[in-house]
Ligand binder design. Structure first.
Ligand code: NAI
Length: 722
């Protein structure tokens, strides 16, 4: 017996006593939950009431590799931008989940591929979950990353399935787990090959139906859990331990997220409300929190950021039909911090990597660095041990250029020295094929200047990775006037395959990121010179939302490196740029920062422990520091950074405001909750920004005078984003 419907969100068919609900949103590459989807599910459940007897329901996706990726983020953005009462919408979703839970037959979710957010919440309302061993099968609740919390019962059902501590970890850290881990945690019932998914799901439904105990088995039903007197006794016994877990979660969240991100705190509140008052109380707290959070600036900014990142990950400034050169073998010159980091990330993605350095010792050090990173992945169960061996087997070293003739792309990461880099480009071009791409990882040297050493400048560009390469998500691709679109397409393809978010910028002193971070550090240096303490500067900026303060950042980057970059920028923009002498004086004392354990901070334990007071002896004012207001420090630093971003836009170094915001957030640690530096400037209002900068310029120096593009936009009452 079979009954078919062909709606555009989900269809129902009945075969051999099992009702199959196939989620398949028409004209979309992935499935999302939305108001129309809820409507369609309600219709299907109505239809099921009138069908002949069935033994179970199987919910699956018609899209290979994607179950349901979450709530429709367009609808979420609409809600964030046009605040309205969304409680009725949430209530409707809960009612649907409750209807599924209380069906007279078991419901089994058959999951192949991504099962995130609302998708996982739907699956958790089912009586069992079967997931495929597809590499793409990932389960998690990532809502906190978007400034909201799960809104369809996820804060209640997940901790019940996987335990309080793991549930908190997954929700607060927006963590995703693969099929095997999901099974270990108790989040799913079985892991199977995709070819037998529906068959196993149907069998599971039949077995549960025959046993008649699926409702009891359905651990995720918190109402059941709480109505069980034995559990209530148990719960009372565990209460002090739970209190401790909640308190620790709040403490950890405060340390990690600070006070700028309300969502994780509200998620903890909602989970705790469920534990204290039962399922309904938990759902009510969750709905209230979701409703309030989605209307905050933080959620609006984080949701917009999600869209911007998606756009950057999919689009590029080159003609859309430009084909990349095929690359499967990559050469890396320089096995130092960056070269080894690049090699490991490339090998992780399956590239065969050949590294060249000047000595066996440096090659050995580089390979060991790669090995340590791979071992860490194995220890954390991200990859299996044999997989780790295969990966490490992809990397080999040489002190000559043997093996380089077969590589289709080489990334050089030798010392920051123009002549050395030029000679390497010449060496490489003698050995490489005509179409091979040569990329420089330089952080400041002009690519146009490097291209002068090249016989094939069209194949030369910058690929600026950030340190540590395996952690930092941004890759800045720099093209000089002669770089071909094909070369850019190749760099984009390789960079994206390495898992990086890539922005393409045009060449100029310091390109985009080094120039902008240079302006920020420069201003902090002036504030230090004027008498502020190192602690006050760093605290002001971390309070504003940066992960580290500018002085600690200089220690991380290295004072020598920072000064070299500052020199390049000072020379290039001497008409409007001025550098303080403070940083030079500190560097002249032999302080390089973390790398020689001597900088603005002390490194007795290996980490930056405390400010090194002796630095003040090198500075104007000595150890008597001035009390400079945190708001003034914050304003000067972010506006100095903004001004340089505006110049980059004005000069065409970066072509789209979106790329600037992605660049500062993913490369430079600009606080994500502000949505990006240009978006933040827009929200302050450019007229006010221009007026503040003009005033600051009069007081502290003309470098803070607003770029013309800011002045023009302020006059027209315009903004960076339409
Ligand atoms: P590093 O000092 O750790 O490594 C440089 C490596 O190049 C050394 O192993 C050295 O032996 C090797 N080398 C020197 N001459 C060579 C030659 N002729 N042939 C082969 N290898 C040679 O330096 P790091 O930090 O890895 O920086 C490398 C490049 O990456 C520089 O251009 C730097 O500006 C850039 N960069 C550095 C970042 C950082 O945070 N360290 C961030 C982004 C870019």
């Amino acid at each position: 017996m079979s009954q078919d419907t062909q709606p555009e969100y989900a269809s129902l068919r009945i075969e051999e006593g099992i009702a199959y609900i196939c989620i398949d949103v028409a004209d979309k590459s992935v499935n999302t939950l939305s108001t129309p989807m809820t409507g369609r599910f309600e219709e299907i459940l109505d239809e099921l009431q009138d069908t002949p007897p069935i033994e179970g329901v199987v919910i699956y996706s018609g899209k290979a590799g994607h179950f349901v990726v979450g709530f429709d983020i367009n609808e979420l953005q609409e809600l964030a931008n046009n605040p309205q009462d969304i409680l009725p919408m949430l209530k409707r979703g809960h009612a649907l989940a409750a209807r599924l839970e209380s069906l007279k037959v078991p419901v089994v979710a058959a999951i192949d591929g991504t099962c995130l957010g609302g998708g996982l919440e739907l699956a958790m309302a089912c009586h069992a979950r079967i997931v495929t061993n597809n590499k793409r099968s990932k389960l998690g609740l990532p809502e906190v990353q978007l400034g909201v919390i799960p809104g369809l019962g996820g804060t209640q059902r997940l901790p019940q399935l996987v335990g309080l501590q793991t549930g908190l970890d997954m929700i607060l850290g927006s963590k995703q787990v693969d099929a095997q881990k999901a099974k270990r945690l108790g989040l799913v019932d079985d892991v199977v090959h995709p070819g037998i998914l529906l068959q196993v799901a149907a069998e599971t439904a039949r077995k549960l139906y025959a046993a008649g105990d699926w409702q009891e088995r359905h651990k995720s039903s918190i109402s059941e859990y709480f109505s069980n007197p034995a559990e209530m006794v148990n719960l009372a016994a565990k209460t002090p331990a739970r209190k401790l877990i909640f308190n620790q979660a709040r403490e950890l969240t405060r340390k990690k997220a600070g006070s700028h991100y309300p969502a994780p705190f509200r998620a903890i509140d909602a989970i705790e409300a469920g534990y204290r008052g039962g399922f309904e109380a938990g759902i009510e707290a969750e709905s209230r929190a979701f409703d309030e959070l989605v209307k905050t600036d933080v959620a609006r900014n984080l949701i917009n950021l999600f869209f911007m990142k998606q756009e950057v990950d999919k689009t590029s400034p080159i003609p859309w039909n430009t084909k990349a050169y095929p690359v499967d073998k990559i050469g890396v010159v320089g096995a130092g911090l960056m070269g080894a980091g690049i090699a490991q990330v490339a090998a992780y993605q399956g590239y065969a990597v050949r590294i060249k350095d000047v000595s066996d010792e440096s090659i050995g050090r580089g390979l060991q660095y790669c090995k340590d990173l791979i071992d860490k992945l194995v220890r954390r169960k991200k990859i299996s041990e044999p997989m780790g061996d295969v990966m490490f087997g992809h990397i080999s070293g040489t002190t000559e250029y043997t093996g380089f003739a077969q590589t289709q792309m080489v990334i050089e990461a030798v010392f920051e020295d123009l002549d050395l880099k030029k000679s390497i480009i010449k060496d490489l071009e003698e050995r490489l094929g005509d179409n091979a791409i040569v990329a420089s990882n330089t952080s400041t040297l002009p690519i146009t200047e490097l291209a002068k050493a090249s016989k094939r400048p069209e194949n030369l560009l910058g690929m600026h990775f950030f340190s540590p390469v395996h952690k930092m998500p941004l890759l800045e691709i720099i093209r000089h006037p002669k770089t071909s679109s094909k070369a850019v397409a190749t760099a984009l393809e390789v960079g994206r395959k390495m898992g990086k978010t890539c922005i393409v910028v045009n060449d100029g002193p310091g390109f985009f990121t080094s120039r902008v971070i240079g302006a920020y550090i420069n201003e902090a240096g002036w504030i230090l010179q004027e008498g502020a303490s190192i602690e006050a500067i760093d605290k002001a900026m971390t309070d504003w939302g940066f992960p580290v303060g500018p002085m600690k950042l200089v220690d991380e980057v290295g004072l020598d490196v920072a000064l070299k970059a500052a020199g390049t920028l000072q020379d290039a923009f001497s008409k409007r740029w001025s550098s303080p002498t403070a940083l030079k004086a500190v560097a002249a004392d032999g302080r390089k920062g973390r790398k020689n354990k001597k900088g603005f901070y002390r490194y007795a334990s290996g980490e930056a422990d405390a400010v090194d007071e002796t630095v003040y002896d090198l500075l104007p004012g000595g150890r008597e520091r001035q009390d400079i207001d945190a708001s003034v420090i914050q304003q000067r630093c972010w506006l100095a950074m903004l001004n340089e971003c505006a110049y980059c836009l004005q000069e065409g170094i970066v072509e789209h405001p979106r790329d600037i915001d992605i660049g500062v957030i993913f490369g430079l640690g600009f606080p994500p909750f502000r949505g990006g530096i240009l978006r933040h400037a827009d929200s302050v209002g450019l007229a006010r920004v221009a007026a503040d900068m003009t005033k600051l310029a009069e007081e502290f120096g003309s470098r803070l005078k607003p770029a013309q593009i800011i002045v023009d936009k302020a006059e027209k009452n315009a903004s960076f984003y339409a």
